[in-house]
Write a protein that binds this ligand. Structure first.
Ligand code: ATP
Length: 362
C-alpha cells in the first residue's frame, strides 16, 4: 500500500499495480524504456520491476527464463510489459521461443488482441482512407493451432522426406476465444464479430470453428455476426476496411492478417497488442519484432510500444492515464513529431520525449 486517497472523507490505501518489464532484444531495449518513462509521466499508480531476459543474458549464462519464472510472473505481477525477442547471435532462437511462446502458452494467454486504428490519413498506404475508416480489432487465438509445434519428420534427408505440422484446435480453446470476442464487442460498444477461417479446405478444424461460432453467437443477440474465408478477409481489409469491426481467427491466420492490418495503420512501428487471459496476469507488447537491422540506431518508432503501454493501463483499470497517452500519441502523429518510418524526422528518444512532455502537461 503506497498511497492514500480520500473519497467521501474516508482514507483508502490504493495498492500500486505491479508490472514486470522485459525489454528483451534489439529495438525492444530501446522502445520499452521510453514507453516506461511515458507511463511514469502519467503518474499512474504502478510499480515496475525489470528483468534482463533476452539474448544477452542467454549468451552470458545460458538462462532463457529461470525455472520458476512463469509461476513468479503469475503470482507476483498484475501485468507483463514485453519488448521483442530475437537476435541474430542466437541462431536457434531458443531464448525467444522459451520466453515469448512460453509466456503465451504457460500463462495460458489465449486471446491476442490487436487494435487496428488509423491515427492520421497520411499514415495509410491506401488512397482516400480517413482515420474513421480504419478502426477494427483482430482477436487471434494465441495458444493452439500450428504454433503448438506438433508434427514430425519421416525419412528425413532423403528424396522421400515427409514433414507434418499439426493444426490443433480444441473445443475449449475455440470456444473461449470466440466467447472472449463477443464479450470484447459487448464491453467496447462494437457492433459486429466476424469469424475468419479456411473451412472450405480445412474442413475438420474449420467445421469446429463454424459450429462453435454459431452456438456462441446465439447468446449475443445484439451483436451481428459474419463469416469470411481468410483470403477474402485480406481482400476486404484493403478494399473496404470500414466494414470491419471485431475479427476473431486462429493463431496462424491472426499472425498473418495482423501484419497486413499494421500496414493500414502506418506499419509495424505503430501497432500495439495485448496477450490476455481475463482475470490472470496478462502481457502487453508492440506487434513488431526485434528488428536487428535498425537496432541501436535510435531509429525505431516507439509508438507501438507506447500504445501497448496505454493498452496495459486500460486493462488494469487506469483508463484516464491510458487516455492521456493515446491523446499525446495522436498529437505527435498529427504534428509529425514522429520517427522516419511514419514520415517524421525524430529519433526514438526524441519522439518518446515529445510524447512524455505532452503527457506530463495533460
Ligand atoms: P524479429 O526476428 O524479432 O521478428 P524482424 O526484423 O524479422 O525481427 P520485425 O522486427 O517485426 O521483424 O521488423 C521487420 C521490419 O519492419 C524491420 O526490419 C524494420 O524495417 C521495420 N520495423 C519493425 N518495427 C519497427 C519500428 N518500431 N520502427 C521502425 N521500423 C520498424
Amino acid at each position: 500500500m503506497d498511497e492514500d486517497r480520500c473519497r467521501s472523507g474516508i482514507l483508502f490505501a490504493v495498492p500500486k499495480k505491479k508490472i514486470a518489464v522485459v525489454p528483451g532484444d534489439g529495438i525492444g531495449k530501446e522502445v520499452i524504456p521510453q514507453a516506461v518513462s511515458v507511463i511514469e509521466a502519467t503518474a499512474a499508480l504502478v510499480e515496475f520491476t525489470h528483468f534482463d531476459w533476452g539474448a544477452d543474458r542467454f549468451l552470458k549464462d545460458g538462462t532463457t527464463i529461470p525455472a520458476d519464472g512463469f509461476q513468479m510472473l503469475a503470482q507476483n505481477f498484475d501485468a507483463i510489459f514485453l519488448g521483442a525477442l530475437g537476435d541474430p547471435r542466437v541462431s536457434s532462437n531458443i531464448h525467444a521461443k522459451e520466453i515469448l511462446l512460453g509466456m503465451r502458452f504457460k500463462l495460458d494467454l489465449y486471446a491476442n488482441v490487436r487494435p487496428v486504428k488509423l491515427l492520421d490519413e497520411g499514415l495509410c498506404p491506401l488512397k482516400n482512407v480517413k482515420p474513421d475508416d480504419v478502426d477494427f480489432v483482430v482477436i487471434r487465438e494465441n495458444t493452439e493451432g500450428v504454433y503448438m509445434d506438433m508434427g514430425g519428420l519421416f525419412k528425413q534427408g532423403t528424396p522421400d522426406e515427409v514433414a507434418t505440422q499439426e493444426d490443433i484446435n480444441t473445443r475449449k480453446g475455440v470456444e473461449r476465444v470466440i466467447r472472449f470476442s463477443f464479450e470484447y464487442a459487448k464491453r467496447n460498444g462494437r457492433k459486429k464479430v466476424l469469424m475468419s477461417d479456411k473451412s472450405n479446405v480445412m474442413t475438420y478444424a474449420g467445421g469446429l470453428w463454424q459450429r462453435v461460432f454459431k452456438e456462441i453467437a446465439k447468446e449475443y443477440a445484439d451483436i451481428q455476426t459474419q463469416h469470411m474465408y481468410v483470403d477474402a478477409l485480406c481482400l476486404q481489409m484493403v478494399r473496404d476496411p470500414e466494414s470491419l469491426d471485431v475479427i476473431v481467427t486462429n493463431n496462424m491466420f491472426g499472425d498473418i492478417v495482423t501484419d497486413l492490418a499494421a500496414a493500414l495503420q502506418g506499419g509495424l512501428g505503430m501497432a500495439a497488442s495485448g496477450n490476455i487471459h481475463p482475470g490472470r496476469t496478462s502481457m502487453f507488447e508492440p506487434v513488431h519484432g526485434s528488428a536487428p537491422a535498425i537496432a541501436g540506431k535510435n531509429m525505431a518508432n516507439p509508438m507501438g510500444a507506447i500504445l501497448s503501454g496505454a493498452m496495459m493501463l486500460r486493462h488494469l483499470g487506469l483508463t484516464a492515464e491510458a487516455e492521456k497517452i493515446e491523446a499525446a500519441v495522436l498529437g505527435a502523429v498529427q504534428q509529425k513529431k514522429t520517427t522516419v518510418d511514419v514520415g517524421g524526422a525524430m529519433g526514438t528518444r526524441e519522439c518518446a520525449e515529445w510524447i512524455r512532455d505532452r503527457v506530463s502537461q495533460a
